[in-house]
Ligand binder design. Structure first.
Ligand code: FES
Ligand code: FES
Length: 168
């Protein structure tokens, strides 16, 4: 059995948005808190802290995960993508453009998590059905939009259809 105390820090080195970082974290530190507090990337939001709201979703080796359900040390050696890595060279990602055009966001609290799950969907190369988009969104709570604009935005980003007046 390890003699590691809960205050004792461990090395965590990972790639975040294509940048290699090395830091130390207590074994109990959540990945969500590590990303926000130690790496200063506060675009990943924390709502419920127990895996329900989806606002803390990031890509972990390409898969959408709740960063509040992982310890930072579990991400050692991994490739993490957060909302800050979406825009490139000052150009918004198609998901960001679509959420703006289709009125897929209001306060924006849920938005980073939804965008990261949508990115996983987009990266799969498969064209999702509306039902699959709804199933993906069942893991994300939005208290503002009513979801119609969010679904339209994801459909637009996937090239399924353009959003139209009244999608919000
Ligand atoms: S903060 Fe992680 S799922 Fe809600
Ligand atoms: S836009 Fe406000 S919670 Fe989703």
């Amino acid at each position: 059995m390890s003699n590691l105390s809960i205050e004792q820090k461990m090395n965590v080195s990972l790639s975040i948005n294509g940048r290699e970082v090395e830091a130390e974290a207590e074994p109990r530190k959540l990945l969500s808190d590590f990303i926000r507090e130690d790496l200063g990337l506060t675009g990943t939001h924390v709502g419920c802290e127990h895996g329900v709201c989806g606002s803390c979703t990031v890509l972990y080796n390409g898969a959408a995960v709740r960063s509040c359900l992982m310890f930072a040390v579990q991400a050692n050696g991994s490739d993490i993508q957060t909302i800050e890595g979406l825009a490139k060279n000052g150009e918004q990602h198609v998901l960001q453009q679509s959420f703006t055009e289709c009125h897929g966001l209001q306060c924006g609290f849920c938005t980073p998590g939804i965008l990261m799950s949508s990115l996983e969907m987009l990266n799969s190369g498969e064209e999702p059905t509306k039902q699959e988009i709804k199933e993906m969104l069942s893991g994300h709570l939005c208290r503002c939009t009513g979801y119609t604009g969010i679904i339209a935005a994801i459909e637009r980003a996937c090239g399924i259809k353009k959003c139209k007046e009244g999608d919000n």
